[in-house]
Design a binder for this molecule. Structure first.
Ligand SMILES: [Zn+2]
Ligand SMILES: [Zn+2]
Length: 344
């Protein structure tokens, strides 16, 4: 099968084409697994964190990609949850142990045995992948394959971030960075919390304009003072300055949720600007979001179909994965990026 392989880690600035097209054996589904023929795979900022070594894959080469939509092609021994030809999605959670205190309390995202699709095992930048049937999701018919792909990480983790933010209807929500995840959070928030104004903060005028198009009550630069202090904020940027600025903008008693698997080190010195009375006092909180649970994905897909949420996306052929990643790194973003696989 055709796949884009990551063979070596390194900074994108030094190696702009980290993925190599390759022909590798089509995997065979093991016990309890299904073989999925991939039709679309979303491109996530986490792929940059993997390539640049901030969350490195344990083994190379590896196939990246954890927002996968495709059809069930073959059933492994004992797999009976899906029929051949049924459309399914695969998300970042490839597996968790199912037995530890975290798993038993509904927090399988925090399991120490957590394995991630497209990092710990091969993912969706390929024509096929295998997945445990208990970790695959039916895709609601409301969505095309390419529309559904970004819902599986950008959307589902955005949903988890919004839940952790604990917004109440009428409170102001501040979104810091306005890419694949936060543009979906905006659509969701406008549905779930119709009285809550949404403010968008971004260094990119293109992203600010996009936020206004989608109904932001205000959009400004990172560090620009909003009309009112937001009670809840969600940061999706890869760096530190926006965290410090967001804490400064946050209302007393407010909460900042950081939706990022890793932060880059380039501007870590910004943290030295942290001033206790300005950024932390008055009971301000910070919380990170780690991975997601199967329940997050299932709940979100159902909710997204009801709204319905239609993410904006740009498509690239699988072979252009490096190009999509470069654009993501350079901030050339409008909504989500999705790799399309030719019908095969
Ligand atoms: Zn992701
Ligand atoms: Zn566990």
């Amino acid at each position: 099968m055709k796949a884009m392989l990551l063979k070596q880690l390194g900074r994108l600035a030094e190696n702009p084409d980290p993925l190599e097209p390759a022909d590798i054996p089509t995997p065979a589904p093991g016990a309890g697994e299904v073989l999925v023929r991939v039709s679309a795979c979303g491109v996530c900022h986490t792929e940059l964190d993997e390539i640049e070594g901030r969350t490195p894959p344990p083994r190379l080469p590896v196939v990246l990609g954890h927002q996968v939509v495709g059809t069930v092609q073959e059933l492994g021994e004992g797999a009976h949850a899906f029929r051949i030809g049924e459309r399914v999605g695969v998300a970042w959670i490839y597996s968790a142990c199912g037995e530890c205190p975290a798993c038993r309390s509904g927090q399988e995202n925090l399991c120490s045995q957590f394995r991630a699709t497209g990092r710990d095992v091969n993912g969706g930048y390929a024509e096929y992948l295998c997945v445990l049937e208990g970790f695959a999701y039916p895709i609601p018919p409301a969505f095309s394959d390419a529309e559904a792909a970004p819902l599986l990480c950008a959307g589902a983790i955005g949903y988890r971030s919004l839940k952790l933010a604990g917004l109440q209807d009428g409170q102001i929500l501040g979104l810091v960075g306005f890419g694949a995840s936060n543009h979906i959070v905006m659509m969701l928030a406008r549905h779930l919390y119709p009285k809550s104004p949404v403010y968008a903060f971004s260094i990119s005028e293109r992203e600010r304009a996009f936020a206004r198009e989608l109904g932001a009550a205000w959009a400004g630069d990172i560090g620009e003072a909003p009309p009112e202090p937001p009670e809840r904020m969600i940061d999706t940027t890869p760096v530190w300055r926006p965290v410090v600025e967001a804490l400064g903008a946050l209302a007393p008693g407010g909460r900042l949720v950081i939706n990022a698997i890793r932060k880059e080190m380039v501007d870590k010195d910004q943290l030295l600007r942290l001033d206790y009375p300005t950024h932390l006092w008055l009971e301000k909180e910070i919380k990170s979001v780690a991975n997601l649970t199967r329940r997050d994905v299932s709940e979100f897909l159902e909710l997204a179909a009801q709204v319905p949420i239609r993410p904006e996306f740009q498509e690239y052929p699988l072979e252009d994965a490096n190009h999509a990643l470069q654009e993501l790194k350079q901030g050339k973003i409008r909504g989500a990026k999705v790799l399309r696989l030719a019908p095969h």
